[in-house]
Design a protein around this ligand. Structure first.
Ligand code: HDD
Length: 703
């Protein structure tokens, strides 16, 4: 795994240069859309001061008409998202497998735009809901745009795209009352799940911590389908694409996500934006699972079935390149909203397979852009324009921006010198032999819906399994129809008897008495987030609680030690301004306690200083920061007198380090009452890099 590209300048690539031609800073006098200067935009033209508005007020009419037409249809799924530009660079040439230019030249930085999204919620919904996250990448390659439109989970809910409208109707808010927004916890989704067991594997992922990522910067991405790489000779290799974040794959906890939904609905969007603004660029390694065509039938699942994965233990993931997101868009609507992804946007060297879900997608994405972006010329929108030259005989349509010159718009022609002509190195479709009678039938090789759901469950650590079990209980517990709950429990029993019983117990369903089928016992450690990277605190956010009389020197030392590793400390106090410090100095308050919340930080630390600590120990808000951070398994620490605040908070009994000592308690709570701040900084860094302290007695802490 490569290191972070710290502190470098954004790439300023070919895509950026082209966008520069359409950027507008609006630093001139106000005009109408026709360029006529305007001297009053506050009062409409009327017949007398108190008279009616006049039709001839073209400025008024234009302004209001434009406003009336400002909205376009939101995406039918993945409506809420956030995006950024960056670049991708391959480590070594993959010419052995593909002729794609951007995958064969290690010197080349290919510009990209990535849009992350939730699936079910509308554009204005909250970021931290339980949902799949979209991870869509547009590579502006020299040979045309390539779109890798993936998710943060490696499998999908259904096997055939003809079921997509059914699935989406089931998961979206219910049609009679448009409730609930951006939630999977309702009857129609689980009704569908109970009747369509091919959803089960993905439902396990959806009930896991993967569905509540800490950050877009800390989640994996997957192309899901098996695609095909094609080399110069036209030979194919099956491929599955993986994005792995350099920061590790980390999640929030359920209670936390619900609270963030109210405190900061833009939590993930803001996190992405701020990280890029601060130069802490999100980075992901691209990995591939390569499967020779000769091995197509060597697996116990069908490579064409998108509800299945190929365990990394069977086919390793080879890291092949890195993507860095280093530039925020200038305008959300123009870029993040108008970007149009399409699975059929491929370049020479990349091709499809017969995965029936992928085949359907290859129809759906172009179709949806036509209604969403109002016609066939959406590829001319600045964010969608390839850096490769575009030249064809497609003409006219709404919002045509190009001035095609000459008299010919047909092929072949002689009057236009035969242009555009058929050039060299074109896209050539992989020559797959297809031989079969027309039929509406699912292949038998797609029939097993349970084994990989069990594989996923078996691969989880204890805490992940506990989270998954309570997620099932929460979601099914929100379903009003008992038969819906029962049907799902029956299917879960085919996944794992213990899981089915545990879920049933929590939701008032009779636990299944006898085991339907024994658990096969196989697992794939790579599927567990417990095995993700936990050796960096880069870009983490730490709240330090303080009040008048704070030990400012210790806070400054702590801040500097964390900053040296790329983590940010913010001082929170009852009021903004400056705090008088114990040593006569002062400390700037970054945020008032009441404008923030522990759920917006990765860790909470109580500063030292006798009067500061005494005051915070009487402050319900401060005590809540401590208790909530503990409840959410976050690193919690206190310096010197600050330990008193931990003692006043509603925490279970802790064996804290004694007077004059520095250490980590049995439940991962750090106290520093010694004389070696360096030792404390090291211990704190280790705990923070671990993301959360799962081995904690949180049950009795109020939520
Ligand atoms: Fe899809 C959007 C990912 C199956 C039809 N999809 C969309 C986006 C992502 C995915 C990330 C948002 C792109 C953006 O940011 O603009 N979709 C997936 C994955 C799938 C999948 C990983 C399965 C492996 N999708 C899928 C199917 C269909 C669609 C089977 C239809 C048959 N998806 C669409 C769409 C959307 C879309 C309706 C809505 C907005 C858009 O395309 O541009 O066409």
């Amino acid at each position: 795994m490569s290191e972070f590209s710290r502190g470098q300048e954004p790439a300023g690539d070919e895509k950026d240069r082209r966008l520069d031609q359409v950027r507008d800073d609006s630093d001139r006098a106000l005009t109408t859309n026709t360029g006529v200067r305007v001297d009053d935009t506050d009062n409409s033209l009327s017949a007398g001061e108190r008279g009616p508005t006049l039709m001839e007020d073209f400025h008024f009419r234009e302004k209001v008409t434009h406003f009336d037409h400002e909205r376009i249809p939101e995406r039918v799924v993945h409506a809420r998202g956030a995006g950024a530009y960056g670049y991708f660079q391959v480590y070594e040439s993959l010419a052995h497998y593909t002729r794609a230019d951007f995958l064969t030249d290690p010197q080349l930085r290919t510009p990209v735009f990535v849009r992350f999204s939730t699936v079910a919620g509308s554009r204005g919904s909250s970021d931290t809901v339980r949902d799949v996250r979209g991870f869509a990448t547009k590579f502006y390659t020299r040979e045309g745009n390539y779109d890798l439109v993936g998710n943060n989970m490696p499998v999908f809910f259904i096997q055939d795209g003809i079921k997509f409208p059914d699935f989406v109707h089931a998961v979206k808010p219910e049609p009679h009352n448009e409730i609930p927004q951006a939630q999977s916890a309702h009857d129609t989704l689980w009704d569908f799940v109970g009747l369509q067991p091919e959803t089960l594997h993905m439902m396990m992922w959806l009930m896991s911590d993967r569905a509540v990522p800490r950050s877009y910067r800390m989640m994996q991405g997957f192309g899901v389908h098996t695609f095909r790489l094609v080399d110069e000779r036209g030979d194919g290799t099956f491929v599955k694409f993986h994005w792995t974040p350099l920061l590790g794959t980390h999640s929030l906890v359920w209670d936390e996500t619900q609270k963030i939904g109210g405190k900061d609905p833009d939590f993930n969007r803001r996190d992405l934006w701020e990280a890029i603004e601060q130069g802490q660029y999100p980075e992901y390694e691209l990995g591939v699972q390569l499967i020779p065509e000769s091995r197509e039938f060597d697996f116990d699942v069908d490579l064409l079935d998108p509800t299945k994965l190929i365990p990394e233990e069977d086919v390793p993931v080879t890291p092949v390149g890195k993507m860095v997101l280093d530039r925020n868009p200038d305008n959300f609507f123009a870029e993040t909203e108008q970007i149009a992804f399409h699975t059929a946007n491929v370049v020479p060297g990349i091709d499809f397979t017969n995965d029936p879900l992928l085949q359907a997608r290859n129809f759906s994405y172009l179709d949806t852009q036509l209604i969403r972006l109002g016609g066939p010329n959406f590829q001319q929108l600045p964010v969608n324009r390839p850096v490769a030259e575009v030249s064809n005989n497609q003409r006219d349509g709404f919002n045509q921006h190009t001035l095609h010159r000459g008299r010919t718009s047909y092929f072949p022609n002689s009057l236009g010198s035969g242009c555009p002509y058929l050039g060299e190195a074109p896209y050539s479709h992989y020559q797959e032999r297809v031989d079969g009678a027309t039929i509406r039938k699912r292949s038998e090789s797609f029939a097993d819906h349970y084994s990989q759901a069990t594989l996923f469950l078996n691969s989880l650590s204890g805490w992940e399994r506990a989270h998954l079990t309570s997620a099932f209980q929460f979601e099914l517990g929100k379903c009003a129809t008992m038969a819906v709950r029962e049907r799902v429990v029956e299917h879960l029993d085919a996944v794992d008897h213990t899981l089915a019983r545990a879920v049933a117990q929590g939701i008032g369903v009779a636990p299944p008495a006898t085991e339907q089928a024994p658990n096969h016992g196989r697992s794939s450690p790579a599927l567990s987030q417990a095995n993700s990277r936990t050796d960096t605190v880069y870009s983490r956010r730490i709240a330090v609680l303080a009040d008048e009389g704070v030990d400012a020197a210790a806070v400054t030392g702590f801040r500097e030690a964390m900053a040296a590793q790329g983590a940010a400390v913010e001082v929170l106090a009852p009021d903004e301004g400056r705090l008088g410090a114990a040593d006569g100095q002062s400390l700037v308050v970054d945020r008032a306690l009441h404008t923030m919340s522990s759920v917006l930080y990765d860790a909470v630390v109580v500063a030292g200083g006798a009067s500061s600590a005494a005051s915070l120990a009487r402050n319900g808000l401060a005590l809540n920061y401590v208790a909530e951070a503990f409840k959410h398994a976050k690193p919690v620490a206190a310096l010197h007198e600050g330990v008193g605040v931990l003692e006043a908070a509603p925490l279970p009994p802790l064996r804290l380090a004694g007077d004059g000592e520095t250490g980590v308690s049995d439940q991962g709570v750090l106290t520093h009452r010694g004389s070696d701040p360096g030792g404390f900084h090291t211990a704190f860094t280790r705990v923070l890099a671990g993301h959360r302290v799962w081995d904690r007695d949180t049950a009795r802490v109020p939520a």
